[in-house]
Design a protein around this ligand. Structure first.
Ligand code: GLY
Length: 420
């Protein structure tokens, strides 16, 4: 099977690594890819937002399956274009991708499906911001109701900061969504969805703030671990039954049936799971940890969704133990990152590239904010953490930074679900 993966981040590198381990995958292609994906796949340049361009590339390489990593091509209908051309694709239609592309659409689906989520209000005029802020917070959750790749969210107990973000979003041309703050630890549950069939992957937890101890601004994610030792038995089934399955059914009823990866970001409060957000794609960096533990061949899994046969797939098999991923970020990230620095140690085991490229001399250099991530696996969280940080020791990038406490609170037993 020839597979083309669209995207260039750590999750796409993790997808390629998983596909590379599948004996039925004979050829791998990435577009645009990065310096790391080039060690597994042939990189191609393509306008990933153009359905015509991606169809042409898929035809040129004779792809049997196209896997779309990022949300932007999905929202632009690239999966629809591939399906119309008769090419198997892992990724939802533009209509279904609105579950991530429009927070207002997601709220409407959840309301119809009876799914617990934060109270929300959409504000479109700067003149209405102050009164709306009075109806929320502290803590304020202020979201850009357009595509912001997980980065358009400010969570703060500082009213001035909340106001400044709300005004900036409206000035940027998008509505702003104010939400009530959900209590309880967060969970990322990735589910394979094929219409009304839902198959959960292992639960994971991201670390969104830039600094140790959850200090500093939000980022795209600085590290993650899977599975979650503190999550009560039966909670994954409960999330599927109370959240993901009703949403999948509601989307089918609306003629927006989902095919691909539905990512539920949840807070587990005293009354159970509530939805923070949905994404229409694998999450980054949780994917790197989750897929490291997947034993079932990945091409078979993604192909079953793409071909509409997920209901017939055998139960997924997982390696024992835990996986931890730590992100190495460029100087100044999540602000405008410093780029162009040479990276050493990037070819070591467990290193997955995101923002990497080559300079004219052929050295691998940083080219984005989250430059790479390093995965460790072990019999338990402590050993997985130790391997991830050992591996990270051998990577060097001037000015870079990373969190030293990924998975530490869970390892120390400091995460619990608040009592009612
Ligand atoms: N883990 C955050 C995201 O992928 O949006």
């Amino acid at each position: 099977m020839r597979v083309l993966v669209i995207g260039s981040g750590g999750r796409e590198h993790a997808l390629l690594l998983g596909l590379d381990r599948d004996p039925s995958v004979t050829e791998l292609h990435a577009a645009p890819g990065n310096a790391g994906t080039a060690t597994l796949a042939r990189n191609h340049s393509v306008d990933a937002k153009s359905g015509d361009a991606v169809v042409a590339l898929a035809r040129e390489i004779g792809a049997d399956l196209v896997v779309i990593g990022p949300e932007v091509p999905l929202v632009h209908g690239v999966a629809d274009a591939l399906r119309d051309a008769g090419i198997a694709v892992f990724g939802p239609s533009a209509t279904a991708a609105q579950i991530e592309g429009s927070k207002a659409f997601a709220k409407d689906v959840m309301a119809s499906a009876g799914v617990a989520t934060a109270r929300a209000e959409s504000v479109t005029a700067i003149a209405d911001v102050d009164a709306a802020l009075d109806r929320f917070g502290p803590t304020w959750v202020v979201k850009d109701d357009g595509l912001a790749a997980g980065k358009g969210v400010v969570v703060t107990s500082d009213r001035d900061e909340a106001r400044a973000h709300a005004v900036a979003v409206i000035e940027g041309g998008n509505p702003v969504l104010l939400e009530s703050f959900l209590v309880g630890p967060e969970v990322s549950l990735f589910c394979l969805v094929d219409g009304e069939t839902v198959v959960p992957l292992l639960p994971a937890q991201d670390h969104k703030r830039v600094g140790d101890g959850d200090e500093g601004p939000n980022t795209g994610g600085m590290g993650a671990y899977a599975p979650l030792p503190w999550l009560p038995d039966g909670m994954v089934d409960r999330i599927v039954d109370e959240v993901v399955a009703p949403v999948a059914t509601e989307m089918v009823a609306r003629g927006a049936g989902f095919s691909g990866l539905l990512y539920a970001g949840l807070a587990i409060g005293p009354d159970g799971p509530s939805v923070v957000e949905f994404n229409c794609r694998f999450g980054d960096p949780e994917t790197q940890a989750v897929l490291d533990l997947l034993e079932t061949p990945l091409g078979e899994v993604l192909g079953a969704v793409a071909n509409g046969t997920l209901a017939e797939l055998e139960s997924l098999r997982w390696f024992e133990g835990s996986a931890v991923v730590v992100v190495l970020a460029a100087e100044n990230y999540p602000g405008a990152p410093r780029t162009g620095d040479v990276i050493s140690g990037h070819e070591a085991d467990g290193v997955l590239h995101a923002g990497t490229a080559w300079n004219d001399a052929g050295d691998v250099i940083s080219s984005g904010g989250r430059v790479l991530s390093v995965v460790g696996r072990g019999a338990d969280l402590a050993r997985a953490r130790a391997q991830a940080y050992d591996r990270l020791d051998s990577v060097s990038l001037a000015g870079s930074h990373f969190r030293t406490d990924i998975g530490a609170a869970a390892q120390a037993g400091r995460i619990s679900i608040p009592a009612g």
